[in-house]
Ligand binder design. Structure first.
Ligand SMILES: Cc1cc2nc3c(=O)[nH]c(=O)nc-3n(C[C@H](O)[C@H](O)[C@H](O)COP(=O)(O)OP(=O)(O)OC[C@H]3O[C@@H](n4cnc5c(N)ncnc54)[C@H](O)[C@@H]3O)c2cc1C
Length: 398
């Protein structure tokens, strides 16, 4: 019997076990498409579960380490191989299981700590991320440092066994809900601006930190401006070397961009189904030929992108860094998500104009407006195109 047959069989056995476990443990309510923000479980000390099913689903998955299937077991992960993790993803998708936990800890900080954190950072923070106990926010952007992130001015001054942090961050997503922040601070004011940045972790409850909500056109207030006034941060909370945080910052951004790009593949009600519901059929086809063409083109692009995303995710999990490729995924995925929202608004007609807090389609207009921010957050589309021109296409003059 060949080795590949052995591993195929082992994987098939694993698949059957996973299927049976999911069948027995994923509550029916967690097998429905995500409709609004409250369907997403972010965890954290102040986690508010929408219902008991959401809480139980997180608890059961975390118990197995399957909130972060490929992280090592000693850090709260499932210790799965990339093939096993793919099987788990496939079985969850087939059963329409929702992700048990969504967090910046999982999608951004975790990968950075696994690569650059010391043993103490990993043991302290990763298991709490995996179990959804601590919710993290990202302190990168500042009023004068968005696209030109390396111009950041929030400073951390050396005060013996700790740093004193002063300054402010802006657009801090869920800054008022997070327990901890991963933050870029300036520790040197001489030389190249990229070379004086450090990567610091601290509790949001530390004295001297305040947040002020920022309200969006969509009506949501998902982020804050965050102020630091003589905030004392122990030196052991520095990740990597002092003044060398830029490398970690950029590595984390590739994970953030993959995560945002993946919005183009999210499992939601297909536009064609919504169109049939709102517009209806004529002779077995959507009774609106122009929209029919646009929807077909969108669904083909979405499928192709989803397959590309799966391939790249598998490669990344096999140890091939996505690097500048993450800019391509981010660019295309966010444009795709915006196209979807435009189509949904077109098919929904006057229903799409409803704007409110009610669940489901009453929020269509707010969701459509929210997608506009997809091509800004995590670095704008223009910046992604610059990166693609320079680092992927290597165009002259880029
Ligand atoms: C929904 C949302 C959530 C966010 N969450 C967070 C968060 O949690 N933490 C955090 O730190 N930040 C967060 N951000 C901030 C985000 O990273 C910045 O908004 C983004 O990097 C752009 O920076 P800016 O807003 O300062 O725009 P600017 O940098 O001022 O850009 C303004 C315009 O100029 C263009 N531009 C700038 N430079 C160039 C260039 N070199 N070439 C071509 N065009 C250029 C940009 O594309 C843009 O259109 C979030 C933003 C949004 C919208």
């Amino acid at each position: 019997m060949s080795a590949s047959t052995d591993s195929d069989r082992a994987l098939e056995i694993f698949r059957r076990e996973v299927r049976a476990w999911l069948e027995a443990n994923c509550p029916p309510e967690m097998r429905q498409p995500v409709v609004d923000e409250s369907d997403i479980c972010w965890g954290g000390r102040r986690a508010q579960f929408k219902n008991e099913a959401q809480r139980v689903w997180l608890e059961r998955m975390a118990e197995r380490g399957w909130t972060v299937p490929e992280w090592p077991k000693e850090y709260g992960g499932g210790g799965l191989s990339k093939d096993e993790a793919r099987v788990l993803r496939e079985e969850m998708a087939a059963m329409k299981c929702r992700p048990p936990l969504t967090s910046f800890g999982i999608s951004m900080l975790g990968p950075a700590l696994l690569k650059y954190g010391n043993e103490q950072h990993k043991r302290e923070h990763l298991p709490k991320i995996a179990r959804g106990e601590i919710r993290w926010c990202q302190g990168y952007s500042e009023p004068g440092a968005g696209s030109d992130l390396a111009s950041l001015k929030t400073r951390a001054d050396d005060a013996g066994d700790h740093f004193i942090v002063n300054g402010s961050k802006i657009w801090t997503s869920y800054g008022d809900k997070a327990d901890w922040m991963f933050c870029l601070v300036r520790t040197s004011f001489t030389g190249k601006k990229q070379e004086g940045i450090s990567f610091l972790l601290f509790e949001m409850a530390t004295p001297g930190i305040t947040t002020r909500p920022i309200r969006l056109i969509s009506g949501y207030s998902p982020f804050t401006q965050t102020f630091f006034d003589n905030v004392k941060v122990p030196k052991e909370n520095l990740v990597g070397e002092r003044d060398k945080g830029w490398t970690i910052a950029k590595y984390l951004l590739t994970h953030e961009r993959n995560m945002i790009g993946a919005m183009g593949t999210q499992r939601v009600t297909p536009v064609s189904q919504l169109a049939i519901r709102h517009i209806g059929l004529a002779n077995g086809r959507l009774a609106e030929p122009v929209l029919r063409t646009d929807i077909a083109r969108f669904e083909m692009d979405a499928l192709a992108f989803s397959l590309t995303m799966t391939r790249v995710t598998d490669e990344a999990r096999a140890g091939n860094e996505t690097g500048a490729m993450s800019s391509m995924l981010k660019y295309f995925g966010t444009e795709l998500n915006k196209r979807r929202a435009e189509l949904v608004m077109s098919v929904a007609g006057s229903e799409g104009l409803k704007f409110g807090d009610a669940a489901g389609e009453a929020q269509l207009a707010a969701m459509w407006l929210r997608t506009k921010a997809n091509s800004i957050e995590g670095g704008t589309s223009e910046i992604q195109l610059n990166i693609i021109a320079k680092n992927v296409l290597r165009l002259p003059g880029a």
